[in-house]
Write a protein that binds this ligand. Structure first.
Ligand code: XMP
Length: 331
């Protein structure tokens, strides 16, 4: 007789048993549902012997690093280190336009930063007062059941391409073993688990956000200025979607910064500024998707707020492409 409550109890017991009385675990968190639920579960099982690391790659949404810190560390008590590596990421991304190159740079830099932080934590736990308090033996992965199936049957490119899963160096150099507490669960079960673990509803129901972040939503070179413009426009867009009560009706919504300039008139001045494209889709599995039909007044409000409040933007367009032939992301 399987219930989520009994799953939690059994999984916590299993984690305690495999970690033993001293074993420590590290894991990356992103602010997404899976990594947050996995982190909270580890915290329930072994407390501060679970170390979460969040890498700020400079292409997160507005205030995201601060918000994830507040939620995981302050509200949920998870032992969390936030590493601000935005300078390094943005330096490596400078002048890169090719989408796959952006993905590779972000994936590889993520691994570099995560590995360095992991070995710092490992040394710290060993050296404290000269006692071997425990050391990192395990790496947490928020792998879900569909990922397990997919890696077994190896069907090729997946609906969500997970750059973050490539942490082979850690497994080899630090001799870490994998711990995967969500490996038997589907996405909706992870959400149910999150609710039982007191993870806030707005996080549990969050739209997916890609590992390469805003870098694949800035068409053209990624600079701090471009990131700021897109963060601001995206923030307004999502805020108005929530205000209109539409967030849970949409599978994924986000803004895209186009690499073109257009002429406009603001006040009595001619402007020559950038263009924001809005994307909102409904989808079962993200293999196919339909564009979302907004009430016109919601689009009107969003457009007027973005052009008034985001400096550097004078035009807003709405993407009416389905997948296929479009993809969900523009890059
Ligand atoms: P596409 O654009 O392929 O997107 O139709 C389908 C889903 O996958 C997400 N996506 C990614 N997620 N790393 C990720 O973690 C990526 O490189 C990546 N590319 C696309 C996208 O946001 C959508 O949910």
């Amino acid at each position: 007789n399987w219930t989520m409550e009994s799953f939690i109890g059994k999984e916590i017991a299993r984690i305690r048993e495999i970690c033993g009385p001293k074993g420590c675990v590290i894991g990356a968190v992103s602010g997404g549902v899976d990594s947050s639920v996995a982190a909270k579960l580890m915290h329930e099982a072994i407390g501060d012997r679970f170390h979460a690391i969040m890498v700020d790659n400079g292409v997160l949404r507005m205030d995201e690093a601060v918000q994830v810190h507040k939620m995981l560390s302050e509200d949920l008590g998870v032992n969390l280190t936030v590493v601000d590596a935005s300078d390094l990421f943005l330096e490596r991304l400078a002048d890169v336009e090719d989408p796959e190159k952006k993905r590779k740079i972000i994936g590889n830099t993520f691994i570099n930063v995560f590995e360095e932080e992991a070995s710092k934590i490992d040394h710290a736990t060993k050296n404290e007062r000269g006692e071997a308090k425990g050391e990192i033996e395990w790496l947490l992965q928020g792998t879900l059941y569909p990922d397990v199936i997919e890696s077994i049957s190896f069907k090729g490119p997946s609906a969500t391409i997970k750059t973050h899963h490539n942490v082979g160096g850690l497994l080899k150099d630090m001799k870490l073993k994998l711990i995967e507490p969500l490996r038997e669960l589907f996405k909706d079960e992870v959400r149910a688990l999150g609710r039982l673990l007191n993870i806030p509803a707005h996080l549990v129901n969050r739209h997916p956000f890609p590992g390469p972040g805003l870098a694949i939503r800035i068409l053209g070179p990624v600079t701090r200025e471009q990131v700021k413009i897109l963060q601001h426009a995206d923030h307004i867009y999502i805020e108005e979607i929530r205000n209109a009560g539409l967030y849970d009706k949409i599978s994924q919504a986000f803004a895209v910064l186009l690499p073109v300039k257009a002429v406009g008139v603001q006040g009595d001045k001619r402007t020559y500024e950038q263009v924001i494209a809005l994307r909102a889709v409904t989808s079962e599995d993200f293999m196919t998707a339909d564009w979302f039909v907004f009430p016109p007044e919601v689009l009107r409000r969003i457009s007027s707020r973005i052009t008034n409040e985001v400096s550097g933007v004078n035009r807003v367009t709405y993407d009416i492409s389905s997948k296929p032939p479009g993809t969900v992301e523009w890059l």
